[in-house]
Write a protein that binds this ligand. Structure first.
Ligand SMILES: *Cc1c(COP(=O)(O)O)cnc(C)c1O
Length: 388
């Protein structure tokens, strides 16, 4: 991402390091480790080994035949749901625990919403021999019981956060406090391409593999580029992961789909949030607004500064999906393809269905299938009951 960074720490006018002086040395240390990691042969070899043998890369590119027949154009799914842990989050978690080890840290602190990142971070911490404290909003613990249990079984320490609304952004704030209290021993493993520089660049770097693989796979199979790439998101790590490989292919439309109930781009504006200047779902007083998306993983008001810059420059377009559309897509995709997507992923799938008939029969669309939906069964069942 260095390529599109103009002023140090900024992506266009977004990003920066809006943090307390106490944190500044930790960010400097992190940036140094990031520079080393990118050049270090041993680091790269170990990261590749873990991506391949532990996480399960490369992930397949799946021609979704039934869906293609239904929507009238060709769609391929990049199967990040098949990774160990059930989502793309492990790509970043493995990279960051190796960086933590490079910096001599013993402990990981992190936050999670849907629990996918908490699971990935705990797994990765185990691989690297580090301990892991996972801050999780009480509301999210309740909504995502299965993943909270998983984290505990894996040996992670789930720290319930009840302040604020008891959701993701509150967990982020608490995790930051825990980090500041023990900087020499602790690495804060951010789960998305957000936060102060260099975090957005680090997370985008470790997720880049998604698009690199997908582009090669599509060209191998079809010998041409897709018309569009669709990805869901809030922070934007899976979207950036797949988009980066296509940034300079000007004819490829990049579509980011966010939750209607937490629409940081569509209904948000520029502001400072959790360490960076970025697009944000906020009220007229600059406070982040209460988000209510059913997909816990998209219930975050801030957007990646890197995505914010791409949005301002109109390189990405943005769509929204409502909770109802998302839940309908969950069932429809499960029936159509026998694939149960995460509710987050369903946002992208809603957009796919909305574009029915918009492309030609031979046109290709790439959809990043960011995660699997076993964790969302309870919400889906409740939806069925209240709608019957
Ligand atoms: C966490 C998560 C997301 C949202 O996070 P981004 O950083 O915006 O990608 C999307 N899909 C799944 C399956 C997730 O677990």
């Amino acid at each position: 991402m260095q390529r599109i960074m103009i002023k140090k720490g900024y992506f266009g006018q977004f990003g920066g390091q809006f943090v307390s002086e106490l944190l500044y040395p930790a960010l400097v240390e992190l940036e140094k480790a990031f520079m080393t990691a990118q050049k270090d042969k041993y680091f790269q070899k170990e990261y590749q080994r873990l991506l391949t043998d532990y996480a399960g890369r490369p992930t397949p590119l799946y021609y979704a035949k039934k869906t293609s027949e239904f929507i009238g154009y060709k769609v391929y799914f990049k199967r990040e749901d098949l990774l160990n842990g059930g989502s793309h989050k492990i790509n970043n978690a493995l990279g960051q625990v190796l960086m933590a080890r490079l910096m001599g840290k013993k402990r990981i602190v992190t936050e999670t919403a849907a629990g996918m990142h908490g699971v990935a971070a705990t797994m990765a911490a185990n691989v690297a021999g580090l301990t892991c404290d996972v801050f999780m909003g009480v509301k999210d613990i309740e909504r995502q019981k299965l993943n909270a249990e998983k984290i505990k079984i894996l040996g992670g320490n789930v720290v319930p956060v009840s302040r604020g609304n008891g959701i993701l952004k509150d967990a982020v704030s608490e995790a930051m406090v825990a980090w500041i209290r023990d900087l020499p021993n602790t690495h804060y493993l951010i789960g998305s391409a957000v936060g102060p520089y260099p975090y957005p660049a680090i997370v985008a770097y470790f997720q880049r593999i998604i698009g690199v693989e997908a582009k090669r796979q599509i060209l191998d199979r079809e010998n041409k580029l897709p018309k569009a790439v669709i990805a869901c998101g809030s922070g934007g790590s899976n979207a950036l992961g797949v988009f980066q490989a296509f940034l300079s292919d000007k004819d490829v439309e990049l579509i980011f789909v966010e939750g209607k109930e937490a629409a940081g781009f569509k209904n948000g504006s520029k502001g400072i949030f959790q360490g960076a200047k970025t697009y944000l779902f906020q009220d007229e007083f600059g406070m982040d607004r209460r988000t209510s998306s059913r997909a816990a993983g998209l219930n975050y008001p801030g957007r990646s500064p890197i995505l914010s810059d791409l949005f301002d420059k109109r390189r990405i377009s943005v769509s929204v999906a409502s909770d109802k559309e998302v839940l309908d897509a969950y069932f429809q995709m499960s029936h159509l393809e026998g694939l149960m997507p995460a509710l987050e992923t369903c946002h992208a799938i809603v957009e796919l269905f909305k574009k029915k008939g918009e492309y030609k029969k031979e046109d290709i669309v790439l959809l990043n299938f960011s995660g699997r939906g076993d964790k969302d069964l309870a919400i889906a069942r409740q939806y069925l009951i209240s709608n019957s």
